[in-house]
Write a protein that binds this ligand. Structure first.
Ligand SMILES: CC(C)(COP(=O)(O)OP(=O)(O)OC[C@H]1O[C@@H](n2cnc3c(N)ncnc32)[C@H](O)[C@@H]1OP(=O)(O)O)[C@@H](O)C(=O)NCCC(=O)NCCS
Length: 170
């Protein structure tokens, strides 16, 4: 089987992830969610992300495959807030193998997870990604996302002792 995007498109199958897919999904995530470009303290790609999301809503954990090769995945969950009647669909991670990106796999995964979320009563989908992840932002815009909201993260290093400012005498 060729790895060209068009070949992947022709034979693409989207299905629910199974436990047997965990290693491959984890591996693809390690490829595409690199520490430099993607992760933050509250958002780190590790094996617990896969198991936690799988345990909370396996119907929203999908893989795309062609033949017996996993090409990408989408992991989501639903969120309800006590002060809102709306059910939100949070697409937490979507990743496609580097060598097959821009071949329609991400769109196929998105279409299916959106359909499933709608079936579960979701009224609004949400995603988040780094402000400098332009390919992903373009991808989500293409899927119809808008209303980009800025969110600022700040940090305070507690390992540094506070130094009192001393006024030097002339
Ligand atoms: C974002 C991602 C999942 C998209 O998957 P994909 O299979 O490459 O996307 P598709 O081929 O379905 O692209 C659909 C549209 O998205 C946009 N897009 C996708 N990749 C793009 C890129 N690198 N640059 C600009 N636009 C891009 C295009 O508008 C494209 O439509 P077009 O083919 O008609 O131009 C994939 O690039 C990826 O795994 N990125 C790294 C992980 C990541 O950032 N995930 C998102 C946050 S969790």
């Amino acid at each position: 089987m060729s790895d060209t995007p068009s070949a992947a498109k022709d034979t693409l199958r989207i299905r629910e992830m199974t436990i047997d897919d965990f290693p491959e999904v984890f591996h693809i995530g390690e490829q595409v969610f690199t520490a430099e470009s993607f992760q933050s303290l509250y958002r780190t790609w590790d094996e617990y992300e896969i198991t936690t999301l799988f345990n909370s809503d396996s119907e929203l954990c999908l893989v795309a495959e062609a033949g017996d090769r996993i090409l990408g995945f989408a992991l989501g969950t639903t969120v309800t807030k006590h002060n809102s009647p709306w059910k939100y669909g949070y697409l937490v991670w979507v990743g496609v193998r580097l060598d097959i990106q821009q071949g329609g796999v991400g769109s196929g995964l998105f279409k299916e997870i959106k359909h499933r979320m709608k079936e579960q009563g979701v009224r609004m989908m949400i995603i988040d990604t780094s402000a400098d992840n332009q390919p992903a932002i373009r991808f989500f815009e293409k899927q119809g996302f808008g209303d980009v909201q800025d969110h600022v993260y700040m940090s305070l290093n507690l390992s540094h002792k506070n130094r009192k400012k001393t006024v030097k005498k002339p």
